[in-house]
Design a protein around this ligand. Structure first.
Ligand code: GDP
Ligand code: MN
Length: 385
């Protein structure tokens, strides 16, 4: 689960991370009054920065982060940014914050390193930009510092990160508070990622978190009801929200081949084999081991709502699930989709597969004999579409 920047900053602030003062607003008029209050009551000067609160990254590049030199200008910039569409997400709130005199932008993040089986810090003097790009092009610019949770974050690690990123002496206290606070929040709240990008070194040599991102492990949310409450349903991918309601395990991806599979392992295998043949899956979807025809129909109706999908690949292994019930589900769903024209490749093997094959005879579905044949066929059809 993701939360907004202003929420992440609030959490991190409670862990002693230094962040700019600010306030949130949902209308231009509110934004102006937040700016006035920050100015009159908190002694903040201009410029202030107006920032779109959306759950996707790259807001800066998309025009969702703007400076303003007066309260009126805050209102104008808020007007520009509110309702803006950033990568498919409509901006409903802006954060108004103290503008920073940025001398340098640093990257600081913690993630779970599955290979090392422990949290690992990443620190880089090349902050502000996409860390994925830095990692791909100039990995030597990132310091990886794994933290054994049984030992904890050692002082020497904090110093090493400070030296590596060139933190000035004047900012050491801020920096150490930020690194320690980020780590403790990450640990306490079962984060999968906690990131500050950029961590700003100001002209005066202070260090302050200009952005904040926290992702939480969904499986641990039951331990943190106060975090779970922050879920912004309206900003989740609508298809994922719908899938959660239908109790389907669905993750939206970027490709064009919609995959409908029973079993998580087979679903992962299906994505691998689609990629192996040069295609891109549009989603991960596990309809479950004991899927009945109704779930199959719902899964199919869900998948076709993704406008990118131009081919569908059913990969069903009938163990507990019966192939004839899956076939029935597909036929039921298609009855409700009269103008359906997306090719559907279907691999059904296992229990009652002969019955299923007979049921699908005479339809426009494209039956295949094996998983690899199906993946190949789906990739071909998708490329042609
Ligand atoms: P992101 O693009 O979604 O990651 O949003 P960020 O919060 O990281 O902002 C993007 C960029 O805007 C930063 O890298 C900074 O260069 C710039 N920025 C953010 N806050 C301020 C500020 O207070 N003052 C100035 N001058 N620039 C800022
Ligand atoms: Mn950022």
């Amino acid at each position: 689960m993701k939360i907004h920047e202003h929420q992440a900053k609030e959490i991190l602030r409670s862990y002693g991370v230094r962040t700019p003062k600010g306030g949130v607003a949902a209308t231009p008029a509110r934004a102006e009054s937040v700016a006035r209050k920050l100015h009159d009551k908190e002694g903040l000067g201009f410029p202030m920065v107006v920032k779109a609160q959306v759950l996707v990254g790259g807001r800066g590049k998309a025009g969702g982060v703007k400076l303003a030199h007066s309260a009126e200008e805050v209102r104008a910039r808020a007007k520009d940014i509110l309702k803006m569409d950033i990568k498919g997400e409509i901006v409903k709130k802006v954060l108004i914050e103290q503008g920073l005199d940025i001398a340098r932008e640093i990257y600081l993040g913690v993630i779970i390193d599955r290979a090392r089986k422990m949290p690992v810090f990443m620190a880089s003097a090349a902050g502000g930009v996409d860390i994925e790009q830095v990692a791909a092009e100039t990995p030597e610019k990132i310091l990886f510092s794994p933290v054994d949770p049984l030992i904890g974050l050692a002082d020497f690690q904090v110093r090493e990160m400070a030296f590596f990123t060139g933190i000035p002496k004047s900012g050491m206290k801020d920096f150490s508070g930020i690194v320690r606070g980020l780590y403790q929040a990450f640990l306490d709240l079962d984060c999968s990622l906690a990131e500050i990008n950029p961590l700003v070194v100001t002209g005066a040599g202070e260090v302050i978190a200009a952005d904040a991102k926290m992702n939480f492990d969904d499986n641990a949310l039951y331990r943190h009801p106060q975090v779970a409450e922050l879920r912004d349903e309206a900003e989740e991918a609508p298809l994922e929200r719908e899938a959660r309601r239908l109790k389907l395990n669905y993750v939206k991806l970027e490709g064009k081949i919609g995959c409908i599979v029973n079993g998580a392992g087979l679903a992962m295998g299906t994505m691998d084999i689609v990629k192996h043949f040069g295609g891109e899956p549009a989603n991960f979807l596990d309809i479950g081991g004991g899927a009945k025809s109704e779930q199959v129909a719902e899964a199919l109706r869900l998948i076709v709502r993704d406008p990118k999908v131009n081919t569908i690949f059913f990969n069903i292994f009938g163990g507990i699930v019966r192939c004839d019930l899956v076939a029935q589900g597909i036929l039921d769903a298609l009855k409700t989709m009269p103008d359906w024209n997306t090719p559907i490749v279907i691999r059904l093997s296992g229990t009652n597969e002969e019955i299923a094959r007979d049921m699908l005879k005479g339809t426009a579905l494209i039956p295949v004999g094996s998983m690899s044949e199906g993946a190949k066929k789906a990739v071909e059809l998708s490329a042609r579409a």
